[in-house]
Ligand binder design. Structure first.
Ligand code: FFO
Ligand code: ATP
Length: 212
């Protein structure tokens, strides 16, 4: 099936192959945005994020450093720091498969590239317990999406990193709020849902806010 039909028809029954094709197409879409479109999208995203109660109330938030055309949440960093909100970055956990912990991102945090070529706090810094938090200790997570739909279903990179890291929210309260962010062009008609999907509080794009 051509990829565009796969996108139009994506349903709860989507086969793994179609899901992979859909993921590829959505990644391609965001990569082809111009630097100017990216800057504008980042600005508009920040404007919207600042209006969310989940963001306004948070004292400890995580965001990410964008790669491959991901929408850029980093203009929020200055705003958070001005409000004395602690900012954390996801770091690939050593020894735990496809799982994250969250390490303080301060002006002096030493950074290295991880195996996906994404900048993250250096291992010797992350190893210090005082510099990191488990996901349950965050108020709000801002997570990158590859795709989403109008029901706030999400598709990520396919590693299950956020789903695994947040699996505890099913039996632990209060749970952190999960905010997915993406470019408007990453919306599809309907996405397949998986039993392990962790529900989002909201999805924010450069043009709108979607609540489940
Ligand atoms: N900026 C950013 N940081 C993040 C994530 C993310 O999606 N984006 N993650 C969310 O889980 C975690 C890392 N997870 C990842 C999972 C898979 C791939 C991956 O498959 N990368 C491909 C190429 C990417 C592409 O084709 O667009 C690779 O390296 O071959 C990368 C990161 C934590 N940090
Ligand atoms: N809680 C979990 N425990 C174990 N495996 C999990 C869990 N959550 C997800 N997975 C596994 O992770 C893999 C990727 O899932 P999926 O395709 O839904 O990724 P995704 O939507 O890109 O998620 P993410 O954005 O979290 O990376 C699946 O093979 C799934 O079995």
């Amino acid at each position: 099936m051509p990829v565009n039909d796969a996108i139009a028809n994506a349903r709860a029954t989507t086969a793994p192959l179609e899901k992979a094709a859909l993921r590829r197409e959505l990644k391609r879409r965001r990569r082809t945005l111009s630097p100017q479109a990216q800057r504008l999208a980042a600005e508009k995203l920040s404007e919207r994020l600042k209006t969310l109660p989940e963001i306004q109330r948070a004292q400890r938030v995580s965001l990410y450093l964008p790669v491959h055309g991901e929408i850029d949440p980093t203009p929020m960093i200055k705003w958070f720091r001005a409000r004395r909100v602690d900012v954390y970055l996801p770091v690939l956990r050593p020894l735990a498969k496809n799982s994250l912990w969250f390490v303080a991102y301060r002006p002096n945090t030493p950074m290295v590239k991880n195996r996906f070529n994404i900048w993250e706090p250096a291992p010797r810094f992350s190893a210090e317990r005082c510099n990191r938090l488990p996901a349950w200790a965050l108020d709000t997570l801002i997570a990158p999406l590859v795709g989403f739909d109008a029901h706030a279903n999400r598709m990520g990179m396919g590693g299950g990193f956020y789903d695994r890291t947040l699996a505890f929210v099913r039996h632990r309260r209060p749970a952190p709020q999960l905010i997915g962010v993406a470019h408007a062009c990453q919306e599809v008609k309907a996405l397949p849902t998986e039993p392990w999907d962790i529900p989002l509080s909201a999805i924010v794009t450069d043009t709108k806010i979607v609540r489940p």
